[in-house]
Design a protein around this ligand. Structure first.
Ligand code: PEP
Length: 267
């Protein structure tokens, strides 16, 4: 891995107040522990958790003053106003969120978000001072018909204005092949490496800084995390199911820290 790795937990629509409180306490205790070589994980990595909206304030309260950031899972593209049921980027920033996930494949496929809406949401997030973690990725059908790269190119092209101008510390792209999300079928390190190289080339073509981080997401688990994070060009992970178990998420964070310390990636 190159830049400081980022590991983000996407809790999706899971939990209760009690569950969230217990998970946050376990995470914090584990992240504060020293890992080899004696440095707390939180000095080796950036870590964020993205609980559902109702638990954001709780997460912020428990994590304030720690190095674990809080993020939301989506945001409204519009500013405050008559948008019943929506949550604005300004509200998330006001609550102390540092990040928001934008364009997750579940938002795209289940809630009809298109590329233009994803770009508008990312712009709104960045405009409010949040970091945007923008998800891109192809479906299995798109991969099988040889369209994976053209889908990624299209999903990235709508972000071109943001890519060229955003603070690289606050714009993150997450490559999440749709066929790998929640399926237990991760991309292989080689597949992920190829797609990350393609995405990095597109980012460069759009004028993005090399410091924009590129995460991998899709069935990352403790047993495959280190192999994935050791691939050159993978700067951390977006973790769904495994982020709901403190022990698994902590193992994944440790794997990211080990991969970051290793001299070079597999490519
Ligand atoms: C996700 O929801 O972004 C994700 C990658 O899920 P999972 O890790 O469960 O595949």
């Amino acid at each position: 891995m190159g830049p400081r790795p980022l590991v983000v937990g996407n809790w999706k629509m899971n939990g209760t107040v009690a569950f969230a409180g217990a998970l946050l306490a376990d995470l914090l205790a584990g992240l504060r522990e020293a890992s080899e070589p004696g440095t707390p994980l939180l000095r080796q990595l950036e870590v964020a958790v993205c609980p559902p909206y109702p638990y954001l304030a709780l997460a912020r309260e428990r994590l304030v003053g720690t190095a674990v950031a809080v993020g939301a899972q989506t945001v409204c593209a519009q500013g405050d106003g008559a948008y019943t049921g929506e949550v604005s980027a300004a509200m998330l920033a006001d609550l102390g969120c540092a990040w928001v996930i934008v364009g997750h494949s579940e938002r795209r496929s289940l809630f009809g978000e298109d590329d233009a809406q994803v770009a508008a949401k990312a712009a709104s997030a960045l405009g409010a001072g949040l970091g945007a973690i923008v998800c891109v990725g192809e479906t299995l059908a798109e991969r099988e018909r040889g369209a994976a790269e053209s889908v990624l190119a299209r999903q990235l092209a709508v972000l071109s204005a943001l890519l060229a101008s955003a603070d690289p510390a606050r714009l993150v792209i997450a490559y999440e092949p749709v066929w790998a999300i929640g399926t237990g079928r991760s991309a292989s390190p080689q597949q992920a490496g190829e797609m990350h190289a393609f995405i990095r080339a597109r980012l460069t073509a759009h004028g993005a800084s090399g410091a924009v981080r590129l995460l991998y997401g899709g069935s990352v688990k403790p047993d495959n995390a280190e192999a994935l994070f050791s691939v050159a060009g993978i700067d951390g992970g977006l973790i769904g199911g495994a982020s709901l178990k403190a022990a698994d998420f902590l193992d994944i964070c440790r794997a990211a820290a080990r991969a970051a310390r290793a001299p070079s990636g597999v490519h």
